[in-house]
Design a protein around this ligand. Structure first.
Ligand code: NAD
Length: 257
């Protein structure tokens, strides 16, 4: 049985009740894990308020601010995790960003600063997380990130985010190779399109969802809960032989020609 009792799991990327990270946090909690989560700090504290209200029923041990572009906050977050738990078993990387205006039209229009920002937040952050988590996982652990098929194939309007996901997926393999000897497994989930804050920034996302419903073998898109279940599986001993993989949770869309 899938049992994460006593495991310390830190979940990043909850913005609201539609977030994939929220689906994952709920499934990890259901499996018995102790939870910690982050919120993205902003001037008006909107995310902080929303995330705190949302996660309250899961009784998290930690609710910490983290902007992955702020190195000091990143260090503080991992120090707080170390102080509270001593060791970390599960780390969920479930965040991404690209300026909306570059998630439509010509890919080549993306300027250097927008390209760098997108790659920094969406891809480099996983590597940074892994570096900070490594000393907290001396006897093993599991790191899971979220990707999309637009990182391996051209999808309408995904543009710079596709390039970021490509870097993210290759980072999964390099990190899995590096951390495997200390029994830390690193995997990605490539999810089908789900309506969230982030996905609504991608031009034509509703068309993508409609196309899934027509073309995917299961004739539907997927839910947060299904992605959450796969994340919980990947973090459990049931997946002890799996690392460096990108698992598609997309109702089978990826196999279609
Ligand atoms: P979401 O908007 O709910 O989550 C995105 C999160 O990224 C938010 O919590 C936001 O606060 C966080 N974030 C943005 N910039 C940040 C920064 N600088 N520092 C820290 N956090 C930051 O949307 P989502 O769809 O749940 O996205 C979660 C992950 O799932 C992303 O990696 C996304 O690319 C991936 N994904 C989404 C879909 C989809 O269709 N929704 C499909 C495949 C993969």
């Amino acid at each position: 049985m899938l049992d994460l009792t006593g495991k310390n799991a830190f979940v990043t990327g909850i913005a609201n009740n539609r977030s994939i990270a929220w689906g994952i946090a709920q499934q990890l909690h259901k499996a018995g894990a102790n939870l910690g989560v982050n919120y993205l700090p902003d001037e008006k504290g909107r995310y902080e308020k929303k995330v705190k209200q949302l996660v309250e029923p899961l009784n998290p041990d930690l609710i910490l601010p983290c902007d992955v572009q702020d190195d000091a906050l990143m260090e503080e977050m991992f120090k707080a995790i170390a102080d509270k738990w001593g060791k970390l078993d599960i780390l969920i990387h479930c965040l991404a960003f690209a300026d909306k205006e570059y998630l439509m039209g010509d890919y080549s229009s993306v300027p250097r600063d927008a390209f760098n920002k997108s790659l920094d937040i969406s891809a480099y952050s996983l590597t940074h997380f892994a570096r900070l988590a490594k000393p907290l996982m001396p006897e093993g652990g599991s790191i899971v990130t979220l990707s999309y098929i637009g990182g391996v194939k051209v999808m309408p309007n995904y543009n710079v985010m596709g390039v970021a996901k490509s870097a993210l997926e290759m980072s999964v393999r390099y990190l899995a190779s590096e951390l495997g000897p200390q029994n830390v497994r690193v995997n990605g989930i490539s999810a089908g399109p789900i309506r969230t804050l982030a996905s609504s920034a991608v031009g034509g996302i509703l068309d993508m969802i409609r196309q899934m419903e027509e073309v995917a073998p299961l004739r539907r898109t997927v839910t947060q809960e299904e992605v959450g279940n796969t994340a919980a599986f990947l973090c459990s001993d049931l997946a002890s032989g799996i690392t460096g993989q990108i698992i598609y949770v997309d109702a089978g869309y990826e196999i279609m020609g």
